[in-house]
Write a protein that binds this ligand. Sequence first.
Ligand code: NAP
Length: 279
Amino acid sequence: MIIDGKKVANKIKEDLKKEVSMMQIPPTLAVVQVGDDPASNSYIKAKEKGCSEVGINFKHLKFKDDINEDELILEIVKLNNDKLVDGILVQLPLPNNLDENKVLNTINKDKDVDGLTTINAGCLFQNNITLAPCTPLGIIKLLEEYNISLEGKHVVIVGRSNLVSKPLAMLLLEKNATVTICHSKSINLEKYTKEADILISSVGKKHLIRQDMVKDNAVVIDVGISRDNTKLYGDVDFDNVIKKASYITPTPGGVGPMTVAMLLSNVVKAKRRLCNDKY
Ligand code: NAP
């Protein structure tokens, strides 16, 4: 069965739209971008479109890639202090001259809708989930929507990023899954992937996951994105792996729309928490 991320995301957005319509002042998301990376531009466009669908105000602060770290930090502090801004997201990657950790950790933890500050990552580590990263949240939601149970399942994640794989492992542990994380230095990747009841790949390499690397009836979730000219590919050789998988996400139309939907959900959550649930 193909997991329809777009359909699930639309359902989440419909619910959020109703919730936002009941607020006296709609939430505001501020997206901070440095430089003019084409992939970042298209991700930001998708976020802006999602916000407008749900009724969330969208503020886009775009800086030249020669902005210095202190100036950028000052801009984020201004957003922290702005009572009309509920969520702040710094679009990654940042240019190499900027310290990503330092910039991210400037964001007020209560407005950190990407869940990437050290404090929110630590909360997730301690099962005290406040604002968690959007892609892992979206993957858990997709599995729930399709009634795919996690308890006792062996989940193998390929990739060890702070953005996706590590927070995802924490959320899966909380759901009582057994989790294995593989990365570029793992020896004999297929030995692990073949053991997965649920295989999740977040690498960014076209067709890294072949049919022979997947167990019969496994659930396969494809996070990775790579571009070949203008065409988008996932990490999974979809046309062949689908013959073996019980459930599989397509690219595009799988995890991507869920990432945006969970971002919008985090913005609404941040607004609710900042207002102590009083609209
Ligand atoms: P990342 O920071 O891009 O790192 C890639 C990870 O893949 C690293 O941990 C790397 O291992 C591992 N890796 C590289 N080659 C490998 C190989 N041959 N075998 C096993 N592991 C390998 O990770 P990310 O931020 O999670 O992003 C991964 C991909 O997902 C990208 O294509 C990104 O665009 C996409 N993405 C999609 C969404 C969405 O909404 N669909 C959201 C976020 C990201 P090392 O640590 O050893 O280098």
